[in-house]
Design a protein around this ligand. Structure first.
Ligand code: ZN
Length: 265
């Protein structure tokens, strides 16, 4: 095995093991990602309404009772908790996961503390339009920053996007998204991506893509960030409408939270 093919295989193993908040789980490192990705889609016969029937391992997509995304209330519930983000420059590779433009990090550079548990950033990807809605209304786009703790528990930080000024911090990600097959290495300024306020909605949900695994902690920031129409168009050209419809809240409760960010340079 050449150094290059080892790197490729190794990178894929990491991608498979780190589970990818909204990417599919590959059963074997050697499995063809394209074949896996082709099993489900965002429209037609393999679209969201059929995910539970596409593969036996996707059962939670249909039978789950704590699924994501959900419709969020217009007013953030009374704040009860706080998250802490410690960020520095994050290195990662930008590529097309098959269902979203994604930057996969080396797991270093950003940690998020939630309820005393420390999570580290594994990957970030984009949905156009947003998956979570607020008062029934989708945002132009939504970024998902997928985090994992040492026990493998997942926390996804959701950032809603409004169309407006360009995001300077997202320029390297967007530029790499224009040629996602090249797997460009970028430096992501996570602190620069965040909105001014970390006020948020928190609830327990699932991956928003098959296998729709539950037990995922969601933290969705209530303040949207801004991206230009051109930036949103670039992401949309790679994947058009990669958003799962909202799911029933059921017996769950959405609580409010705040947060602080510490930029470590
Ligand atoms: Zn996602």
């Amino acid at each position: 095995m050449s150094a290059r093919s080892w790197l490729t295989a190794s990178a894929f193993t990491v991608a498979a093991v780190t589970l990818a908040g909204c990417a599919q789980l590959a059963p074997e490192p050697s499995a063809a990602p394209v074949a896996e990705a082709a099993k489900w889609s965002y429209d037609g016969e393999s679209g969201p309404a059929s995910w539970g029937a596409v593969d036996s391992s996707f059962e939670a997509c249909a039978a789950g009772t704590a699924q994501s995304p959900i419709d969020l209330p217009l007013t953030v519930p009374v704040t009860t908790t706080s998250i802490d983000l410690a960020v520095e420059a994050v290195d990662g590779d930008v590529f097309d996961s098959g269902h979203a433009v994604e930057v996969e990090t080396d797991g270093e550079g950003e940690t998020l503390t939630f309820a005393g548990d420390e999570f580290s950033l594994q990957q970030m990807h984009a949905h156009v339009p947003s998956e979570h809605t607020v008062g029934g209304q989708p945002a132009a786009a939504e970024l998902h920053l997928v985090h994992k703790d040492v026990d493998g528990n997942l926390l996804v930080l959701g950032i809603l996007v409004s169309e407006g000024e360009a995001s300077e911090a997202l320029v390297p990600f967007i530029e790499a998204a224009t040629h996602p097959a090249d797997k460009d290495e970028v430096v992501l300024d996570v602190a620069g991506v965040l909105p001014a306020s970390l006020e948020n909605y928190e609830y327990s949900g699932s991956l928003t893509t098959p296998p729709c695994t539950e037990g995922v902690q969601w933290v969705v920031l209530s303040t949207p960030i801004s991206m230009s129409a051109e930036q949103i168009d670039t992401l949309e050209e790679v994947h058009r409408h990669n958003a799962r419809p909202t799911q029933p809240l059921g017996g769950r409760t959405v609580v409010g939270g705040t947060g602080e960010v510490e930029n470590e340079g």
